[in-house]
Design a binder for this molecule. Structure first.
Ligand SMILES: C[S@@+](CC[C@H](N)C(=O)[O-])C[C@H]1O[C@@H](n2cnc3c(N)ncnc32)[C@H](O)[C@@H]1O
Length: 246
């Protein structure tokens, strides 16, 4: 594998002048034909292959991190919905995660091939024991929780959105229960999809909360990322604790 570079800062470089066409008489369904044509002509797909990233999604994290500076050497990072491993590669490289004692852990119910500097759990994040297993594998509280989780598509757009939004919410609650003070949370969401209740919860817990759309996220896609920076820390005098003390 070629050593992954720092990644692109623009979407344009590497674009090929000649467009590959997939013939209408290819035997494919029209939606599949369009998908294949777009894939074959996508500069990010070409660059991810050339630079050794496992997915074109790697560029989304590269672009967000170049701009918002989330990942620092020495950080501990959790990556939810990590297959096939593009974000894990980017995180491991940017935090200088050691091969012998990785400080990034990824979880997915799909299998992920080994990645130097990353611990991989093949498991459903919604399982009750997943949060404890992630923190145990990490060996301490994370500085950054990433989630690119997306529910498998059913073909019914509204259902797909609701299921992915549920994953985003569970990821957000996980983040506020495990992050170090000053830590960051980045998660996939959809335009118009983030519930006010979730946004309010994040605004109470983080100093800044915003939606970001990196250039690598296709314009025609309703995908967005929710970025919550600078976790305020858990309130030690929260009502539950007060009850325990009474
Ligand atoms: C868009 S892909 C992630 C791509 C990844 N960031 C990369 O760069 O290679 C979304 C992933 O979320 C995973 N996923 C969805 N629901 C999940 C769950 N409940 N537990 C674990 N992984 C889940 C899917 O299996 C899928 O691999």
């Amino acid at each position: 594998m070629k050593k992954p570079g720092k990644g692109p800062s623009t979407a344009g470089s590497g674009a090929r002048a000649l467009r590959t066409r997939v013939k209408k008489k290819s035997g494919l369904k029209e939606s599949s034909r369009r998908w294949l044509e777009r894939h074959l002509n996508d500069p990010y797909v070409h660059r991810s292959k050339a630079e050794g990233w496992r997915s074109r999604a790697a560029f989304k994290l590269i672009e967000i991190d170049d701009k918002h500076k989330l990942l620092k050497p020495g950080h501990r990072v959790v990556d939810l919905g990590a297959a096939p491993g593009g974000w894990l590669q980017v995180a491991a490289k940017r935090i200088n995660s050691p091969d012998e004692a990785p400080t990034v852990v990824g979880i997915d119910y799909l299998e992920i091939d080994t990645i130097p500097g990353a611990t991989i759990l093949q498991k459903d994040f919604l399982d009750d024991d997943a949060p404890d297993m992630l923190i145990e594998a990490l060996g301490g509280a994370p500085d950054v929780v990433l989630s690119d989780m997306a529910a498998p598509t059913t073909g019914h757009r509204r259902t797909d959105h609701i299921r992915t939004m549920h994953l985003c919410e569970v990821a957000a609650h996980f983040a506020v229960s495990v992050l170090k003070p000053g830590g960051h949370f980045l998660a996939k969401t959809f335009q118009g999809g983030t519930e006010n209740v979730l946004l309010d919860m994040l605004k109470r817990n983080f100093r800044t909360v915003q939606h970001v759309k990196p250039p690598a996220s296709r314009d025609e896609s309703v995908e967005l990322y929710l970025l919550a920076k600078d976790f305020r820390g858990r309130d030690v005098s929260a009502p539950d604790d007060a009850d325990d003390a009474a």
